[in-house]
Design a protein around this ligand. Structure first.
Ligand SMILES: *Cc1c(COP(=O)(O)O)cnc(C)c1O
Length: 375
């Protein structure tokens, strides 16, 4: 996704070859103001619990620095990243002050590497607790049944003994089924977490991210750690206050053609026209993070008119039936791919994935191709 317009987060190379004439191309736009506003909505719902922010995976594709700075301005003081590298980038953006928790723990890094950027690990094993040995503030992840990261139940008592004298500042766990409010596993994990957290009575407690907010104040504990909701979606089956999406994607029409009944469209001729139609080829494909599973299923929106995808999404091109849009379909017109008419949740349903993957796909492709537009 070549983005050759100003106001990018990353500036283009200084001396560009003469062939780098600006061209119409797909855009990923990010709205840090929406991220800040969403944090405020979550913080009001969570209160009196504190509200942190998960900004791992480049802030879910929105750009770590811009998101971190907007959240800090909104009042956030607790940030969660996955890795040391993300933590270093977050510290650079945030400056001294806010806590930055590294969810993957030490993961082979020396404690000094984290200390150098004033990062705090979320530790997952007795070995790493011994290695850290009070090098600074740390968190303990208790595995209460997800079997992903975290200290197994059988090690909890020993951790409490071992950490005597350098107790964790934060104990946390993570729910496997927070998006299904009636899932019995939520209550089971909550009960196990209570038991484990009691071994570390002075530590702050944290159990849920975005979807878990819907399970009620009992689950909010001392600190909630939303990610998805910051970017505009609760990811829960429950009704919660409205949030504002923080990413929009659009792509230009590159060519328009009229087709007849019986004509085929795209690779594999996987779509065959059942009546005459106007097709538009737009400049976005799976290399831009537009999932190929949208082939023959998804839509674009032209001035709010829904235009179905015909045939397969290819590497940098996708074909839409723009018949319904009539004269609004012209070469150069930008088509909405993600935005007011097509949410990440809808795209996720259509492509059989989750809004998280929709966002990180678009965001990662845009970041590696030259940047997102910060609105
Ligand atoms: C990513 C993550 C979160 C945030 O989850 P969302 O569903 O995006 O709100 C919270 N806690 C942990 C441990 C995570 O890995």
């Amino acid at each position: 996704m070549k983005v050759a317009i100003p106001a990018l987060e990353t500036s283009p190379p200084e001396s560009q070859p003469s062939c780098a004439e600006p061209q119409r191309c797909a855009h990923v736009r990010v709205f840090p103001g929406a991220i800040a506003a969403n944090w405020g909505v979550i913080a009001r719902l969570a209160g009196p619990a504190q509200t942190g922010a998960a900004i791992k995976a480049d802030a879910y594709g929105h750009g770590l620095s811009a998101a971190a700075m907007a959240l800090a301005r909104a009042g956030c003081r607790q940030f969660f990243v996955a890795s040391l590298a993300e933590g270093v980038a977050a510290r650079r953006a945030l400056g001294a002050g806010p806590s930055i928790w590294v969810l993957n723990g030490l993961a082979g890094a020396r404690p000094e590497a984290l200390c150098a950027a004033a990062l705090s690990p979320v530790l997952n094993s007795l070995d790493d607790i011994a290695l850290w040995a009070g090098a600074g503030a740390w968190a303990l992840h208790l595995d209460t049944g997800m079997n992903r990261l975290g200290l197994p139940m059988t090690d909890w008592a020993q951790a409490a003994q071992q950490a005597h004298g350098f107790m964790p500042v934060l104990v946390m766990s993570h729910l496997a089924c927070a998006d299904i409010s009636g899932a019995p596993m939520n209550a089971a994990q909550h009960a196990r977490f209570r038991e484990g957290a009691a071994l570390f009575p002075q530590a702050l407690r944290s159990l849920v991210g975005s979807a878990g907010m819907a399970l009620g104040p009992l689950y909010h504990q001392d600190l909630v750690r939303p990610g998805l909701a910051l970017y505009g979606h609760w990811g829960s089956d429950q009704a919660l206050p409205a949030l504002t999406p923080a990413m929009a994607v659009s792509a230009p029409i590159l060519q328009i053609r009229a087709v007849q009944e019986g004509d085929s469209v795209g690779y594999g001729a996987s779509y065959r026209c059942i009546k005459p139609a106007l097709l538009a080829t737009i400049g976005i494909g799976y290399a831009d993070g537009f999932l190929r599973s949208m082939s023959n299923r998804g839509y674009g929106a032209l001035d709010g008119v829904i235009c179905p995808i015909r045939g397969r999404v290819s590497m940098d091109l996708t074909i839409l039936d723009v018949t319904a849009a009539g004269p609004r379909a012209r070469c150069g017109t930008m088509v909405e791919i993600l935005g007011p008419h097509l949410s990440a949740a809808e795209l996720a349903l259509l492509s059989e994935t989750i809004p998280y993957e929709v966002m990180t796909s678009f965001g990662a492709a845009a970041a590696s191709a030259g940047g997102r537009i910060i609105a």
